[in-house]
Every structure is written in structure tokens, then in C-alpha cells.
Design a protein around this ligand. Structure first.
Ligand code: ZN
Length: 233
């Protein structure tokens, strides 16, 4: 399975506290997760500051699963690259959408909704598994705690998911559908709420396991060769 990571890279430049938690950047923490998977090869880590954001046609053509973290640069992201991601998901590329990447252009266009939600920083989260038999939940505890996270609250403006795997419950009284799956074209999509830039979420063993499970689940059994509406019989 070939995996590509996109880490926007903007918060690392603007907020020194991000590098205190993630000295090798958020992309570096995600890279460690991928490198722990014996069945995965990391192709590249792209950022907003790379040519074509590191997500060239050649790279996406070889990518089975794209792990995507972004935040304040969602609006700056080039439309053409977002459209390219969209097209590759329709053709079968798995798409793992982490935390504030819920607001990225490619996810929004694939969902067809605003993908907005209520949020508040520095709260404790309990992640509750509500779909024990789903492959993304394999080896995951019924409940585990993230001592510091950002709450996302309902209503989250996403379409009705194929499956809700995790619920997030927060000590400020908020709750949300924290881990959801969608299918678009041939592509499988996993949206996952935890992963705020100043909390050490991507080091948490359960979070790492969920991301690995999600990559394996989203790894396409087959890809469409060209545009989704041009599949030869
Ligand atoms: Zn955040």
C-alpha cells in the first residue's frame, strides 16, 4: 500500500507551540505512524509550501491512501490540486481526513456540504467506539481519553455517513460524530475529529492504531483507470 501524507505546514511556521508538541512537525508524527506499518510505503509528505503542494498527478496516481492534515490554510489551497484529489478519490484513492482538514476544499467538494461545526480549545475528550465490528475499530478500546483536545460539536454539517465508528464526548458538554466513513465513487473516506495542532494526539497509541486501521480499510481493492464515468466494461 502506497501512502502519501499532506501536512499543511502553516501552523508550524506561525505558532511556536506546535513545534514544542511536534518537534518534527505534524507531518513527522504522521510519518512515524506510517513507518510502523509493515504493509505500507510512504511516497512523500507534501505541504502548502511545496510545488503543487507535493501532490502532483504522478504522486496521486501511485497513491493508494492519502492522509491529510490541514487547518488555517484551507482557503489558500489551490483549487486545481483540490480538484485533482477529488478526482483521484472518485477513482479509488483512500482519503483519511484528520481534524481541521474537515474544512479542506477536497473534502468539502466530495461531501457537498459546508463541513462546519462548533469548536472550543483545551477540553478533555472521551472517544467512544460505537461500531465494534468495523475494521477501523479493530483493537480499539470501548472508550479512551484524550486529556487535552479541541471539541467539535454538533451540528457538524456533513452528509449522513456510511458508518459512524467513534463518538467524541467532551467535558465542556459538547458531543460529535468523531469518526465517520463515506464512499464517493470508488474511493473510501474516513473523517476523524481528534488531532489539534497543540495537543499530542498523534502520539496516542489508540489514535495511531485507528489511523493505521483506516489506511488498511481505505486501501482500494481496485481503482478506476480514468475518470469515474469512463470505465470500460
Ligand atoms: Zn484544532
Amino acid at each position: 500500500m502506497n501512502i502519501t501524507i499532506f501536512n499543511e505546514g502553516r501552523d508550524e511556521k506561525r505558532k511556536p507551540e506546535v513545534l514544542k508538541v511536534y518537534p518534527n512537525t505534524i507531518g513527522g508524527a504522521l510519518k512515524e505512524i506510517v513507518e510502523e506499518m509493515e504493509d505500507a510505503t510512504l511516497l512523500t509528505i507534501g505541504s502548502l509550501y511545496d510545488e503543487e503542494c507535493g501532490l502532483t498527478e504522478e504522486i496521486l496516481e501511485q497513491t493508494d491512501v492519502l492522509i491529510y492534515w490541514s487547518h488555517g490554510g484551507n482557503r489558500e489551497f489551490p483549487d486545481a490540486i483540490a480538484a485533482r484529489i477529488h478526482e483521484h478519490v472518485l477513482r479509488g484513492m483512500g482519503f483519511i481526513v484528520l481534524h481541521s482538514a474537515i474544512g479542506c476544499k477536497a473534502f468539502k467538494s466530495l461531501m457537498g456540504t459546508s463541513c462546519t461545526f462548533r469548536y472550543q480549545h483545551d477540553v478533555t475528550e472521551k472517544v467512544i467506539c460505537c461500531n465494534k465490528t468495523h475494521p477501523i475499530a479493530e483493537g480499539i478500546e470501548d472508550r479512551f481519553e484524550l486529556p487535552m483536545e479541541e471539541s467539535y460539536g454538533e451540528y457538524m454539517d456533513i452528509p449522513k455517513p456510511d458508518d459512524v465508528i467513534f463518538l467524541g464526548w467532551f467535558d465542556n458538554g459538547e458531543a460529535c460524530r468523531s469518526g465517520c466513513t463515506f464512499t464517493r465513487g470508488y474511493g473510501k473516506i474516513f473523517m476523524f475529529q481528534p488531532g489539534h495542532e497543540t495537543t499530542p494526539t498523534f502520539y496516542h497509541p489508540q489514535i495511531k492504531q485507528i489511523i493505521k486501521n483506516a489506511c488498511r480499510w481505505a486501501n482500494p481493492a481496485r481503482k478506476a483507470e480514468k475518470a469515474f464515468n469512463c470505465i470500460p466494461l
